[in-house]
Design a protein around this ligand. Structure first.
Ligand code: AMP
Length: 219
């Protein structure tokens, strides 16, 4: 299985990639996660990327393409396929991605466009929380039945770790990320459509409902 998950921030790419990974046992490649790990580790790449990420801008193509190329060459991705989550995000990235896959002799099966209206995106993003311990993505809106400690941070239902809000999930940065998506990433929709790779999935509903729609589309 070699898939790209395409969609605006908050459309559920990371959540669906985690569910699909559990089903198909392929590599989940999130360029955002790799960059955040580099930031945490204080690497040169992390330092270069930080300013862009804080503002919700895209990290320059050259840096991201190099990072994706290295990750795609790793054993698990070559052997078992991959779910790309957040890459490619610009036309130059999509073109470089094609070249990398050609070099590897591993063509793409499909590009899934997770389609959802903008109000729902903003609601999802501003309520999104990530577990500091296990990386699980949760949404406060769907966690109302789970008690939270008085005045404290919400707790991960999987491991009990602290759920925190990503630095770039604040309202002003969210709006900028959506603008960047429309300006720079949305053109990939018609690009992949012309290549007959695009499959559109309605990304409203619960993660399990969306997963079922994805599986129906993949056949
Ligand atoms: P994400 O977790 O996919 O929402 O990515 C978080 C941030 O990382 C983005 O707002 C960008 O600053 C950066 N980023 C992730 N993937 C890419 C990419 N393919 N190209 C450029 N910047 C990226």
């Amino acid at each position: 299985m070699r898939l790209v998950l395409l969609g605006a921030p908050g459309s559920g790419k990371g959540t669906q990639a985690a569910l699909l990974k559990a089903k198909y046992a392929c590599a989940h490649i999130s360029t955002g996660d790799i960059l955040r790990q580099n930031l945490k580790d204080g690497t040169e790449l992390g330092l270069q990327a930080k300013g862009y990420m804080d503002k919700g801008e895209l990290v320059p193509d050259g840096l991201v393409i190099k990072m994706a190329r290295e990750r795609l060459r790793e054993d698990d991705a070559v052997r078992s396929g991959f779910l790309m989550d957040g890459f490619p995000r610009t036309l130059p990235q999509a073109e470089a991605f094609e070249e990398i896959l050609e070099e590897l002799g591993r063509p793409l099966d499909a590009v899934l466009l997770l389609s959802i209206d903008e109000e729902a995106l903003i609601r999802r993003l501003s309520n999104r929380r990530t577990c500091r311990a296990c990386g699980r993505i949760e949404n406060l809106l769907s966690m109302t039945e789970k008690p939270m400690p008085e005045g404290g941070a919400a707790v991960c239902p999987a491991c009990g770790g602290e759920l925190h809000q990503r630095d770039d999930d604040t309202e002003s940065v969210i709006r900028n990320r959506l603008k960047v998506y429309h300006d720079q990433t949305a053109p990939l929709v018609s690009w992949y459509e012309a290549k007959k790779k695009l499959r559109v999935v309605d990304a409203s509903g619960s993660p399990e409902e969306i997963l079922r729609k994805i599986q129906a589309v993949l056949g």
